[in-house]
Design a protein around this ligand. Structure first.
Ligand SMILES: [Fe+2]
Length: 305
């Protein structure tokens, strides 16, 4: 199957910005995006690129041509087509009292859309993140509110609450944690979560997913935290522990790609955000990384010739 034409057929995904590398400690190297081999380099020979300046370079190895590339929110972003919108806005990452940390790039054998859907799901906390983000018998997902932000065409899940034994590095006791989930792009989700030292503000955890192809992804987790006590390595380690638990679930997803058909996996009330996410993808005609993108008939290709 010609994965390049598959990706180019999905205009929303092809013309979107995607993460391709962590900015912290960026060194020249190869990666892949939407089935295309890329070479990523720091700007101007600098080995450490400050966020927002000294733009990194991204080159397509198949054509030898440069791609649109930028540095923001702790990662290098690339667009293989023509960007129709700016990189996702996360104003919190610019607040001076926050720390921005790239917690790791995890390569997973599953569609990136599956990784986003898993990130939006609170129902698995007590079973998958036992002792951290949940614990039995507190397994019930309380009702929450789904909102569509019309102006930015984003999805929100608001008023989410969950009882967590150890919600963060800074949590020294169990907490009833408040969450807001945001789906900003098909492959980009952001979580706003009660910050234990400053309960009136939120810690921000962004999941930037790099679709290597339709069934492999790299999940970049970036934290923007109000925590000036925990060392970087401790914060990274906590997030890596959580994600390692998620990987065990993700690699067992069948099929690898996300089905968009309503009811295909019998969603329940607790999965309202997952249902809304699939519906939102379907309404936008997203096929890349879904079971809809599986077939590659010549007639479809001809329409784009
Ligand atoms: Fe999880």
């Amino acid at each position: 199957m010609d994965t390049l034409s598959d990706a180019a057929r999905d205009a929303l995904i092809w013309n979107d910005w995607h993460p391709v590398a962590a900015l912290d400690g960026l060194r020249a190297g190869r990666t892949r995006l939407l089935g295309v081999e890329l070479y990523v380099e720091p700007g101007d020979g600098s080995s450490n690129v400050p966020d927002g300046s000294n733009a990194p370079r991204v080159t397509r190895l198949d054509l030898g041509t440069p791609c649109h590339a930028r540095a923001r929110h702790g990662v290098v972003w690339a667009c293989l087509g023509e960007p129709r919108a700016d990189i996702v806005a996360i104003p919190e990452t610019a607040e001076p009292d926050r720390r921005l940390l790239h917690a790791g790039a995890f390569r997973v054998h599953v569609s990136g859309l599956r990784a986003v859907e898993n990130f939006l799901d609170m129902g698995h906390f007590p079973f998958v993140h036992t002792g951290y983000l949940g614990v039995e018998p507190y397994t019930e997902v309380a009702p929450y509110r789904i909102e569509h932000d019309e102006a930015n065409d984003e999805l929100y899940a608001r008023d989410c609450r969950f009882y967590q034994p150890r919600a963060a590095m800074t949590a020294d006791a169990a907490l009833d944690v408040q969450y807001v989930y945001r789906v900003a792009r098909p492959y980009i989700a952001v979580l706003y979560k009660t910050c234990p030292p400053q309960p009136e503000r939120f810690d921000v955890i962004a999941l930037f997913v790099q679709p290597l192809d339709e069934e492999w992804c790299v999940a970049h987790t970036v934290m923007s935290y109000l925590d000036d006590a925990s060392p970087d390595e401790a914060l990274r380690g906590f997030q890596q522990t959580i994600f390692a638990q998620d990987i065990k679930i993700l690699v067992n997803q069948v099929p690898k790609r996300l089905p968009l058909t309503a009811g295909s996996e019998h969603p329940v009330l607790a999965d309202a955000m997952s249902v809304a996410y699939r519906r939102w993808l379907r309404a936008r005609g997203v096929t890349y990384g879904t079971t809809e993108g599986t077939t590659d008939s010549p007639s479809q290709g001809a329409q784009h010739g």
